[in-house]
Design a protein around this ligand. Structure first.
Ligand SMILES: [Zn+2]
Length: 128
């Protein structure tokens, strides 16, 4: 699949109207939900334009439970802190690490953050 101007315009329009990524994927056709999300992120389409309403009474408990810092799972943040759908990964962590295997790799692969991360999580001294 590929993005052309027409699809991008459609994506912007539908996103602005508050359609979900999967709805947009269906309407545009020929793109996956993940592709829609990825494209929307690259275009900088703000979630604030998304008018999908989340019932605070339904989701509050769940959100609070995932935001508890002492949770046992992976603490990799997904999304942006403060957003309604921000949460932590929560998968099983690697013993001694704050993240699951996947996110350990992601975290320590980021060169910019490498030293900061090591310091922050006191991961010992490597000879690098
Ligand atoms: Zn994770």
């Amino acid at each position: 699949m590929s993005w052309n101007d027409e699809k991008v315009d459609k994506l912007k329009e539908l996103w602005g109207k508050g359609n979900t990524a999967s709805q947009i994927a269906q309407i545009i056709g020929d793109v996956s939900r993940n592709a829609v999300i990825g494209k929307a992120n690259r275009l900088g389409l703000s979630k604030k334009n998304n008018t999908v309403k989340i019932d605070p009474n339904v989701n509050k408990t769940a959100h609070i439970s995932v935001l508890v810092p002492n949770m046992s799972g992976c603490k990799w943040p997904i999304g942006h802190p403060g957003d309604e759908d921000f949460y932590f990964c929560g998968k099983e962590i690697i013993p001694g690490k704050p993240y699951c295997g996947e996110h350990c790799l992601t975290a320590y692969r980021r060169k910019d953050n490498n030293n900061k991360m090591k310091k922050f999580f006191k991961l010992g001294t490597s000879s690098e």
